[in-house]
Design a protein around this ligand. Sequence first.
Ligand code: PXG
Length: 285
Amino acid sequence: MSLKVYINGEFFDKENAKISVFDHGFLYGDGVFEGIRSYSGKIFRHREHIDRLYDSAAAIALTIPMTKEDLMAAVEETLKINGLSDAYIRLVVSRGMGDLGLDPNKCEKPSIIIITDAISLYPQELYENGLDIVTASTIRVSPAALSPRIKSLNYLNNILAKIEGDRAGCKEALMLNHKGEVAECTGDNVFIIRREEIFTPSIEAGVLEGITRNAVIELARNAGYTVHEMPLTRFDVYIADECFLTGTAAEIIPVVTIDSRKIGTGRPGPFTKELIAKFHTITGK
Ligand code: PXG
């Protein structure tokens, strides 16, 4: 059976799931999205993802022509129709079809798309041995220009850094902000551990407020750890005992080297391992 894709209230076979070339999501990256997971049929932090989607939309003056409840129901229905229980869900809302000019007023109806598919993960080996990453020279877009809190369809800033990571043989790359502070990776938030305390850049550093980031902060604090959300520099990462990344697809993944420097022992550390185990208890996997 072919995968079914939801487009504006209708389901299409994967092969026929098409959007107009006049859609401003395509022409200008004018739209917003979410990447969501379901574990054993249960959508992880569904409400948080929907809230973030509507916040991203509000920030770009895009009104999603559906209530949050109806959109959540449509996501559930798409999963069900595809018989998926452990899945990756891509929810996209673009400005819709317009003319060739920038004017969003020419776009009458936003396009709402829900794609569900099997999740593709980092290889298990990387969870056991950790990732090598590099710092990209491409800095994260300044919040004064375009807030990185908007999960928009324009990911060029991250893609340019991703290319740098890839050319250095790394699966992720660390991005600094306009002030030279640590921001986040191209599709993951970053955490470090030093002297048994946990640190992550604050949202004000100009990062996406990751749903996984928030879940990890919550579970670490509930376990009695001190979590600091504060400005961090590359130096802090270099001298950290442990480092890990968080994201919907990655969950929690250890980082063992950055810019060819070993972090801690150069092996995934005990705190990271404990947090990974705790995270699995909340996802049930
Ligand atoms: N920062 C950025 C820039 C992201 O794009 C995260 C952090 C983590 O946020 P969540 O809410 O997922 O914990 C993201 C999200 C991919 C892919 O295929 C990853 C994201 C988005 C789109 C695609 O790796 N990451």
